[in-house]
Design a protein around this ligand. Structure first.
Ligand code: FMN
Length: 191
């Protein structure tokens, strides 16, 4: 299913065509090259002071870690995410070198996550970000050190037909993508 964004002016095709599916092809496996390519895209994201406060946990379907990450997701996400070829957890370094809280690091995590999502799209794959997980469970599953907080899970895989889903996940899969109009969000300087 294509859900290309309707825009007032042309944007990069990879941005227009990206969307967050929940129906994944359970027979697709992600190659080592694709995994490396997505990790590299994340690594080369910009960050404040080039601090790179992100750490990655990548698990392919069929692995013990993939199952454990699924177990830490909230119920709705558990209904569809297990079929993703890979699950990637991004954890954030929560302290600066001087021991003070790393308050800005969430912005950097967002940038690395989007870099990875766009790279997945570029590879012909689809990514879906999830904040819906139980933090303490994820922390335990990944055996994270105290200076790391799990922030985001990204599912990555090959899109499948919406009919593989049921219930609310199916309804959301076939729903059109929506956004506020520019008039609603541009406070100053709309062309
Ligand atoms: C930080 C963040 C957290 C999200 N968490 C979830 C989630 O837990 N479960 C889910 O199904 N979708 C989640 N999403 C996906 C959003 O619902 C989705 O990006 C939004 O509806 C726009 O749809 P699109 O990405 O297809 O354009 C999350 C997205 C972001 C950026």
């Amino acid at each position: 299913m294509q859900k290309t964004a309707i825009t007032a002016a042309e944007i990069a095709p990879v941005l227009a065509n990206r969307w967050s599916p929940r129906a994944y092809d359970v027979n697709h496996t992600i190659s080592q090259h694709e995994q490396l390519s997505i990790l590299e895209a994340g690594r080369w994201a910009p960050s404040a002071n080039n601090a790179q406060p992100w750490r990655y946990s990548l698990a392919t379907r069929g692995s013990e870690l993939h199952e454990k990450i699924v177990s830490a997701l909230t119920g709705f996400n558990q209904a569809w995410a297990p079929t993703a070829s890979a699950l990637l957890v991004i954890s954030m370094v929560n302290q600066k070198a001087d021991g003070t809280p790393n308050t800005g690091a969430l912005l950097d995590v967002g940038l690395t996550a989007q870099n990875m999502s766009i790279q997945a799209e570029e590879l012909g794959l689809s990514a879906h970000m999830m904040a819906g997980f139980v933090h303490e469970s994820m922390r335990a599953v990944l055996e994270l050190a105290d200076n790391l907080d799990p922030v985001l899970v990204i599912s990555i895989g090959k899109r499948a037909d919406a009919s593989v889903l049921e219930g609310p996940a199916y309804e959301r899969e076939i729903a059109p993508r929506t956004r506020f109009e520019l008039d609603e969000i541009v406070l100053h300087g709309k062309p």
